[in-house]
Design a protein around this ligand. Structure first.
Ligand code: DAK
Length: 258
């Protein structure tokens, strides 16, 4: 995967990293860049050597939003014909854990991309926000929905209506961010966490992800049924036998993802 123009990718110790790489424009997300991110995610999702996907930004920001230059002259028919949301929707189908290391600015579409990840770690100096309202538009790639599910209606409306930026501390208090980290340690600590997940049994991670996502959007009974199905399924895995035998034999398990 070396043919990318707007991202960089690498794999180390079963952790695949995707780096947003348009630092001169604070990683503003143009359409080819979004396609590259999704292409890389889908390839890593199928790659047996990868257990966890990590997303971060080069330069001063994670991403300061969608590329305003690119969309300034767009009309609704352009969107209908280009169908750009189809690309974004594909993130929802990635089965492996996706971690986001956020820093600098996490705005607009950049915030929507970060919220589409499973967990977010943020540098203490990060600013979050949805400034779309100040441009005469509104978030369109899940921002109103994901923010409201996390914050509740009244807080979400405040940030979406004003377009104000909020701090990393606010993001932590709202449950948007898992942990705040000193900026110089963000990459190292997020990678360490990713490696920790990479050593967990991969089938458990993916079926837990599916069940937890079900809890966000569906009634309890439906979620419980999926949880039970996934629970049964894991007893068909070699890793279940290995994990339980290792416990009984008082040794460390060697998980294979099978
Ligand atoms: N788009 C294009 N260029 C951007 C950009 C953006 N979102 N954000 C920053 N840049 C560029 C700046 O124009 C500047 O370029 P030069 O002038 O150097 O050529 C360079 O990055 C550095 O930015 P600044 O000089 O402004 O840096 P400052 O530190 O002074 O300010 C800032 C940083 C983040 C406060 C400021 O750059 C800023 O306000 N940026 C815009 C933030 C914003 O409004 N973002 C929301 C965009 S709307 C969709 C999916 C999603 C979306 C839309 C459609 N589909 C699937 C259809 C999402 C929409 C949005 O995100």
């Amino acid at each position: 995967m070396s043919d990318f123009s707007f991202i960089k990718t690498s794999v180390d110790e079963q952790v695949a990293t995707i780096v947003l790489n348009r630092p001169k424009v604070l990683n503003a997300l143009n359409r080819p860049m979004v396609t590259e991110i999704i292409t890389a995610m889908e390839a890593f999702d199928k790659d047996e050597a990868v257990k966890v996907i990590l997303l971060r930004g080069e330069g001063r920001a994670f991403a300061a939003g969608a590329d305003i230059d690119e969309m300034a002259n767009d009309g609704p028919i352009d969107f209908e014909l280009l169908n750009p949301f189809a690309e974004w929707d594909k993130i929802n189908f990635i089965k492996k854990p996706i971690l986001c290391a956020a820093h600098g600015f996490v705005l607009g579409g950049g915030f929507e991309l970060a919220l589409a990840c499973d967990m977010m770690f943020a540098a203490e100096n990060t600013s979050f926000g949805f400034p779309e309202v100040t441009l005469g538009v509104m978030p369109g790639a899940g921002g109103t929905q994901r923010l409201t599910k996390l914050l509740g209606k009244t807080k979400a409306l405040h940030w979406l209506w004003t377009g104000d930026k909020f701090s990393a501390k606010d993001a932590l208090d709202y449950g948007i961010v898992n942990r705040l980290i000193a900026p110089e340690l963000l990459q190292e600590e997020t990678e360490a966490y990713a490696r920790r997940l990479a050593n967990q049994p991969p089938l458990s991670l993916r079926l837990i992800k599916e069940a937890v996502n079900k809890a966000v959007d569906h009634p309890l009974e439906e979620g419980m049924q999926l949880e039970r199905k996934n629970f049964y399924l894991l007893f068909a895995s070699e890793d279940q036998k290995e994990g339980m035998n290792a416990f009984l034999e008082k040794r460390r398990p060697n998980f294979k993802g099978k």
